[in-house]
Design a protein around this ligand. Structure first.
Ligand SMILES: [Zn+2]
Ligand SMILES: [Zn+2]
Length: 305
């Protein structure tokens, strides 16, 4: 086991390669790090490291603003070069000058087939039971903006979902219905600018619930989901079950026909290729196949006990 304190202070990408080499050789890495800098941006390489984590523990501090004492402080501001923990409300009050209570961000992440949307739909159902009507949005590049579909909830009920093609289209929907307080976004990895916009929504008091894949099929950070992991107040990190060995699976294996045979897609394949069970499988790292993956410069021999 390797324990690394203050991992987000390392500025070189070497830290990501090193942690990957350690974990891929069968070693356990336990690391602590700051999620955000004082400007509210993800701290150095923490997003890539969180995207590969098997477990994420969000530690909170006590808000040091005035008499607040909030126990969920997960933002920092700098006073005389000293970091001070602030709750979201007092952080945004200080940085954005807002005067509302900040909203909360919940992320539902994991590989394909990890039932991420199950917990997300449960949250939508709970909001409905409490008499609220959350705004549910999904990416649909084919359909015209504003067209509606429905998501099926577990209770056999349906809830309208609005197809949008860019994240800022949410702004028009909020203007149309000022009573909305909760925004639920499916497949957040596909929306460019979602990090900045989510932070803006939180500062204005909206609660945001986002599902997403932290990693592409070839283990690269997927869109802005890893950065959102640094911003989140709560992360629900699910695993799937590896189709090859039955162990917990954190990766999405892409398959594609190569010369008439279904094969693992090469590492350099296109980034975005939508598909379901015909093109993807959940796999653990040992069973993941990525032909052509460049060798890690820190590659270590497999640990044998
Ligand atoms: Zn506070
Ligand atoms: Zn496996």
């Amino acid at each position: 086991m390797v324990v690394i304190g203050g991992i987000s202070h390392y500025q070189s990408t070497n830290i990501v390669d090193l942690v990957n080499a350690l974990t891929e050789s069968g070693r356990i890495v336990v690391a602590s790090g700051l999620n955000l800098d004082v400007h509210g941006q993800p701290y150095n390489h923490l997003p890539e490291l969180m995207a590969r984590a098997n477990q994420v523990i969000l530690a909170k501090a006590v808000c040091s603003y005035g008499n607040c004492h909030d126990l969920e402080a997960n933002r920092s501001i700098s006073i005389n070069d000293q970091f001070r923990a602030h709750c979201s409300t007092h952080y945004y009050r200080n940085v954005f000058g807002t005067d509302t209570e900040a909203g909360t961000l919940t992320l539902y992440v994991g590989p394909m087939f990890a039932d991420k949307s199950t917990d997300w739909k449960t949250k939508i159902e709970k909001l409905q039971k409490a008499g609220f009507s959350p705004l549910v949005v999904k990416l649909d590049q084919d359909k015209r903006y504003g067209s509606e579909t429905e998501i099926c909830l577990h209770t056999d009920e349906r809830h309208p979902a609005v197809n949008i093609s860019t994240i800022r289209e949410i702004e028009d929907l909020l203007r149309k219905d000022p009573k909305i307080k909760d925004i639920c976004i499916d497949e957040g990895q596909f929306f460019q600018g979602i990090y900045e916009y989510t932070q803006e929504l939180l500062s204005r008091g909206y609660n945001v619930d986002i599902t997403g894949l932290p990693l592409t099929f070839n283990l690269s950070p997927f869109g802005e989901i890893p950065s959102l992991m640094c911003l989140a107040d709560r992360i629900i990190l699910n695993t799937a079950i590896c189709v090859s060995c039955g162990h917990p699976a954190s990766y999405s294996q892409r398959l594609k026909p190569i010369q008439g045979t279904i094969m693992p897609a090469p590492h350099g394949d296109v980034d975005f290729l939508p598909g379901g069970a015909e093109s993807y499988q959940a796999r653990c790292f040992d069973c993941l196949e990525l032909p052509g993956r460049p060798e890690n410069k820190y590659k270590l021999d497999r640990l044998v006990l």
